[in-house]
Write a protein that binds this ligand. Structure first.
Ligand SMILES: NC(=O)c1ccc[n+]([C@@H]2O[C@H](COP(=O)([O-])OP(=O)(O)OC[C@H]3O[C@@H](n4cnc5c(N)ncnc54)[C@H](O)[C@@H]3O)[C@@H](O)[C@H]2O)c1
Length: 445
């Protein structure tokens, strides 16, 4: 059984080379459960109670006034799971999510279905008048993302995409720091993560009892090619482009969404160039296990390294003339840089003695450097709740369902992050640079 993510791990620096650190515990914006007036309650239907849905569901119902009143999944074992999580043995369950969309007493939907189902679920929900929280990456293809934006606008429905870190207090802090000029205007962004274990590479164990009797396999396939029932495809769909979006859509999308929020960007990249391959997990997958991507965001280079064959921390590094801001796990580290010379140029070693002495004397006359009084730089570390705690993001959505205020990650924002993922994959498969054409919303080689 999943545990609630409401008490996230806190990680403290072990000793360290920090010149100074600032323990800054940011306040979680989610209120503790209190009495909620009936008019403030939100009733939702849950679609997809698999790995992620089984985490979203308990977190959602732990929020004040939020109630799950129905669940849909194509696999009957997950009907049992939904009833176990909600503690409601009579929870209405169905294989058909339209049963939830047709109910008048349901305000909104939370959906955690595989990527190749996102578009249909979101468009159907919006057309049925339901707001929807849908997992990341928003779409399975570029054209689908635009259909989803359109459905949201046409029906005036709230769509929140599930890259949860954008609602974290730390992401808000990173945005404030950047906006306040902490590193100057960003010149380069580096995003990286690595894993080195079968689970991390998506080799998940299928549910032991899974069979065509308790799973609607044909519907699960959606518009993917029809193939006989395959429990590995059901559990490990991320490995194949017919259902998933690979390391780009599964993992990079979080890094890119965090970057968009931190820098205040809301756009697709102009171009993407990728190289990679299947180096470690030769298990029949067709998505790369290693992918390196170079994006051009209005002229700013964004370099991404994604690797399922060697573990490394997940880090976003923002670099500017006034310093570096690095975000990972539960902290932001700000390392200011003065960007000035602290001694005469070593290039003067190539001057004849007289010229060198004159240059060095002049430099010291113009710069005050007292031995033992050299400037010391100071890093600042801000710590808070886990970036990836889902409760603030769910709360942001449920509040918007009532208030009709905009959410943190609406369909336009989610679409921009998803387009970048599709560009990275396309560049890998086409073995070259792809460009996003805003006039046609398509990719050009
Ligand atoms: N935000 C995050 O940190 C995070 C983490 C993990 C997964 N995810 C996302 O969550 C989504 C689900 O991933 P998962 O790992 O939980 O997958 P999963 O395969 O474990 O669960 C998906 C469930 O959806 C059900 N389903 C599929 N099509 C359906 C349909 N048409 N109607 C009803 N049920 C349907 C399946 O039967 C399955 O039970 C994916 O988009 C994934 O990218 C997000």
């Amino acid at each position: 059984m999943k545990t609630l993510k409401s008490f996230p791990r806190r990680r403290f620096l072990q000793g360290g080379a920090l010149a100074a650190s600032n323990l800054f515990l940011l306040k979680n914006a989610v209120p503790e459960p209190t009495q909620v007036a009936p008019s403030d309650r939100v009733r939702f239907g849950m679609i997809g109670i698999g790995m992620q849905g089984s985490g979203l569901l308990p977190n959602a119902i732990s929020l004040p006034g939020i109630e799950c009143v129905g669940a849909a999944d194509l696999y009957d074992g997950r009907h049992t799971l939904a009833r176990e999580i909600t503690g409601n043995a009579n929870l209405a369950v169905s294989r058909n999510y339209h049963d939830l969309l047709n109910r008048k007493d349901i305000d909104c939907i939370v959906a955690a279905v595989p990527d190749h189902w996102h578009m249909r679920v979101v468009v159907d929900a919006c057309n049925a008048g339901k707001d929807i929280y849908c997992e990341k990456p928003m779409s399975h293809t570029i054209s689908q993302g635009f259909e989803m934006v359109d459905a949201s606008k046409r029906n005036n429905r709230i769509v929140q995409i599930g890259s949860q870190r954008v609602s974290s207090a730390l992401c808000e802090k990173a945005f404030e720091l950047y906006k306040g000029g902490a590193i100057g205007d960003v010149e380069l962004v580096e995003l990286s993560m690595g894993r080195n274990d079968p689970n991390g590479a998506w080799q998940y164990p299928p549910p032991p009892d899974l069979s065509p009797q308790n799973l609607d396999w044909d519907t699960w396939l959606n518009d993917a090619p029809k193939i006989p029932f395959d429990p590995l495809r059901f559990a490990r769909w991320r490995c194949w482009k017919e259902y998933g979006t690979g390391v780009a859509g599964d993992l990079m999308v979080h890094l890119l969404s965090g970057m968009q929020k931190t820098l205040g960007w809301n756009e697709a990249p102009r171009s993407a160039t990728s190289i990679g391959g299947i180096f470690r997990w030769k298990d029949g997958r067709n998505m790369p296990d290693t992918l390196l991507v170079l994006f051009d965001y209005h002229g700013i280079p964004v370099y991404v390294r994604l690797n399922l064959g060697s573990a490394s921390p997940e880090v976003a590094r923002f670099m500017g003339p006034r310093g570096v801001m690095e975000t990972s796990g539960e902290e932001i580290r700000l390392s200011p840089q003065r960007g000035v010379d602290t001694s005469p140029s070593y290039y003067s070693g190539g001057f004849p003695a007289k010229l060198r002495h004159e240059y060095v004397s002049k430099w010291y006359a113009e710069h005050e450097v007292t031995p033992g009084k050299e400037p010391i730089s100071e890093d600042t570390v801000f710590r808070g709740n886990d970036w990836d705690d889902v409760r603030p993001h769910l709360w942001n959505f449920f509040k918007a369902v009532k208030s009709r205020n905009p959410v943190t990650e609406d369909a336009v924002f989610g679409n921009h992050a998803a387009i970048a993922c599709h560009m990275a994959n396309e560049a890998y498969f086409r073995k070259g640079t792809v460009y996003f054409d805003e006039a046609t919303n398509t990719l050009k080689s």
